[in-house]
Design a protein around this ligand. Sequence first.
Ligand SMILES: C[S@@+](CC[C@H](N)C(=O)[O-])C[C@H]1O[C@@H](n2cnc3c(N)ncnc32)[C@H](O)[C@@H]1O
Length: 221
Amino acid sequence: MDLADPLKYYRNLKNETMSLQNHWQKIYLHQSPDHLGWFQSQPLQVLNLIQEYLPERQAPIIDVGSGVSGLAGDLLAKGYQDLTLLDLSQAALDQVKNRLGPAAKQVRYIQADILSHQPSKKYQLWHDRACFHFLQTPLERVAYLKTLLQALALGGLVLFSTFSPQGPKKCSGLPVRRWGEEELSNELGSNFLLVTSQKEDHQTPSGSFQAYGIYLFRRIK
Ligand SMILES: C[S@@+](CC[C@H](N)C(=O)[O-])C[C@H]1O[C@@H](n2cnc3c(N)ncnc32)[C@H](O)[C@@H]1O
């Protein structure tokens, strides 16, 4: 990727998106959720944070890189009514639809690369567990932030889960960038204020633990 030439980057993005999409499609087509290192059937910490800081059940919520997480089902069960799931992998979105059964039609599904996605509505909560941490270059993160700023209402919340500085260096075979609270605050810049953060020790199917950081920010300008 050529950082000096953003246009070239955007031209390359399409090819990169295709290969990333294949990477994730293969995973979701060939592996069951309980064999995926990152899978959580009940993401309790995040669910509790959402209920505490966003009690309004009509508030629009987007889960970016939603995968096959149980979060959507849990949020519907708690009465949240305006959910959007976005993922590169159509197979992941289809699995969640099947799992939700009749409740699936209460959710919007978007198959897209978050770096080039053009949001068509404003959200009160942007949740991202383990999509942002794959972005290795400043230019990718600039593109991500651009989408985030287009999509998030002023006063809205951003809830990130990433590998923390003590976490692994790879996820699904891809290199990741690990984030601490201060670094991430600096990266997001003055539009966002850190509200709270937590540590999460996630247990993988093989029984090992991975150190995640959960960071909640509010958009202040
Ligand atoms: C490690 S998985 C986490 C899935 C889910 N958030 C969870 O906690 O189980 C990362 C997810 O992000 C998606 N993803 C990765 N890069 C993406 C991108 N640029 N745009 C949209 N989705 C992306 C992948 O398809 C995958 O489902």
